[in-house]
Design a protein around this ligand. Structure first.
Ligand SMILES: O=C(O)CCC(=O)C(=O)O
Length: 285
């Protein structure tokens, strides 16, 4: 059984309402092309800057962006991964902001939410410095969503660099991994494609990464190059750096075929090594 997926590589501005309008028109365009699973980029409603996260943060279910996502999924009868947004939530340690991806089903119901578990705190000489932990809290769940096609893992950007997280999703049944992301012009050229292809080949899954378009007027220059990779490591679609929608037809039979012919998951030597998972994947709502 195959279905069409789309990634909306949108240009993010400093206006939340403009970002939502832009998302709406790109999603409608993708729907008109037959896409049934649509993925938006990391922080698609908000500039990727620590100074903006608190101002743009909103709560589920009453926030403007999450309401828009639920309604859009329902109106268009699609599965919709709302990239990520700054989510404000009450926690045991007080109010916190998370980098959160909300995933809605075609009835507009939230299937899962993933709060980015690995915060992007890095300092690259001659390149980029960023400390998400200055404003963001970190999630503590491995997120796998049940859909009508298959189980789907959900992670955000820097999370993709941790093979254990991806493998944990796959051991829980994921045949696809969706990654709203915003690499940059330092780490993007070096690591984006190779990391996504490697995660796909190691785990024999589809891997789909959605980046914002590069906005040279913004403080953070996203890499772009949204990518759809199949379980054999073939690139099915790749964006440039500007605003565009990329599409691919997903044939899940390919996951089974590749795993049958090259049985990596079965050949693991769990008598020698084993992945210990402390968190239960949970449909957090
Ligand atoms: O891992 C990287 O190089 C980029 C990560 C990033 O930009 C993010 O997590 O938002």
């Amino acid at each position: 059984m195959s279905f069409k997926t789309a990634v909306c590589q949108m240009l993010v501005s400093h206006s939340k309402s403009d970002n939502i309008s832009k998302a709406k028109s790109m999603i409608e365009e993708a729907v008109s092309q037959g896409a049934e699973l649509i993925i938006m980029p990391e922080m698609f409603n908000c500039p990727y800057e620590n100074t903006s996260f608190p101002d743009f943060a909103e709560s589920y279910p009453d926030g403007e962006t999450v309401k828009f996502l639920a309604q859009t999924a329902k109106e268009n009868k699609i599965y919709l991964v709302g990239g990520s947004v700054p989510e404000s939530a009450e926690t045991e340690s007080g109010r916190q902001i998370f980098n959160t991806s909300f995933f809605f089903d075609p009835q507009g119901q939230l299937i899962v939410r993933h709060r980015k578990v690995h915060l992007f705190d890095i300092d690259i000489e001659g390149g980029i410095s960023f400390r998400e932990s200055d404003t963001l809290g970190r999630g503590d769940q491995i997120t796998v969503a049940g859909t009508k096609w298959c189980d789907i893992g959900l992670a955000i950007c820097y999370d993709m660099r941790f093979p254990e997280l991806m493998r944990a999703m796959v051991l829980k049944g994921a045949k696809m991994i969706l990654i709203p992301a915003a690499f940059n012009t330092t780490t993007g050229p070096a690591h984006w494609e190779i990391t996504l292809k490697t995660r796909a080949v190691d785990n024999q899954t589809f891997v789909i990464a959605a980046s914002p378009a590069r906005n040279l007027e913004a403080a953070y220059h996203a890499y772009g190059h949204s990518l759809i990779v199949d379980p054999w490591g073939e690139i099915l679609a790749e964006a440039g750096t500007g605003e565009e929608i990329i599409y691919a037809s997903i044939d899940l039979e390919l996951v089974d075929r590749v795993r049958r012919q090259l049985p990596l998951l079965r050949h693991r030597r769990t008598d020698l090594y084993r992945l210990e998972v402390n968190s239960q994947p949970m449909a957090q709502k």
